[in-house]
Design a protein around this ligand. Structure first.
Ligand SMILES: [Zn+2]
Ligand SMILES: [Zn+2]
Length: 223
């Protein structure tokens, strides 16, 4: 079979124990896999930033803002390096959705390690209608499916979501683009492809917490 990223042949090592599973598991070649930076804890205990010893500057700012405590923790699988950036461009702008399958195993393992006991609702980040039309799929829902769940659609989105090039504070103060349509009294894990500023997940987490959700975490493929 071929690697879903570079299309090189992948030759899985087959033995009796993996014989039945090997077809499903191997989606990516060793060369491609090694280009990813797997995030190894500890870094920032709140967001998983790797170049930080203890709580990072961004998290300190969040914790000193109106969003204090709304997000318990973010867990991400890989660093958002150049290779990851290229890949995200492929699925976002060319709708190369099957690429997400390459990460199934890494995503499942990381999720299990951190959230296994939580019994949380997995919540997808909604896309605007325009975005969904141009992309053809919702990457957040695709990741939830990789985790073997159906995404809970607790939120809708209002207005346009085009990321502005405005400053951080201005973005922070911008009106929350999400509307919570279904509150929950169970813990929630928000699932997305990338954690960048942490704004999206905090917007959602603040609404969930206000409506009685006991704890909100986020889980992303890249950080
Ligand atoms: Zn490859
Ligand atoms: Zn942090």
């Amino acid at each position: 079979m071929r690697c879903v990223i570079c299309f090189d042949f992948v030759l899985p090592e087959v033995n009796w124990t993996n014989f039945l599973h090997v077809q499903k598991k191997v989606k990516i070649c060793t060369t491609c896999f090694e280009k990813f930076d797997v995030i190894i804890e500890p870094g920032c205990p709140l967001c998983g930033r790797t170049d930080s010893n203890g709580t990072c500057y961004d998290c300190e700012r969040w914790e000193g803002s109106a969003y204090q405590g709304v997000l318990t923790k973010n867990i991400s699988v890989f660093s958002y390096n150049d290779f990851a950036r290229e890949l995200v461009a492929r699925w976002k702008y060319r709708g190369d959705f099957t690429l997400i399958e390459a990460f199934a195993e890494a995503v499942q393992t990381k999720y299990k390690n951190h959230f296994h006991r939580l019994k949380a609702d997995l919540v997808a980040i909604p896309l605007s209608k325009e975005r969904l039309m141009e992309r053809g799929f919702n990457q957040s829902e695709a990741l939830v499916s990789q985790l073997g769940s159906s995404p809970h659609r607790f939120f809708t989105r209002r207005g346009s979501e085009k990321q502005s090039k405005k400053g951080r504070t201005e973005r922070m103060n911008r009106e929350n683009p999400f509307v919570l349509v279904q509150p929950t009294d169970r813990p929630v894990v928000l699932v997305d492809d990338i954690y960048t500023t942490g704004m999206t997940v905090r917007h959602m987490a603040s609404l969930l917490r206000e409506a009685g959700c006991p704890a909100v975490y986020s889980f992303t493929l890249f950080r």
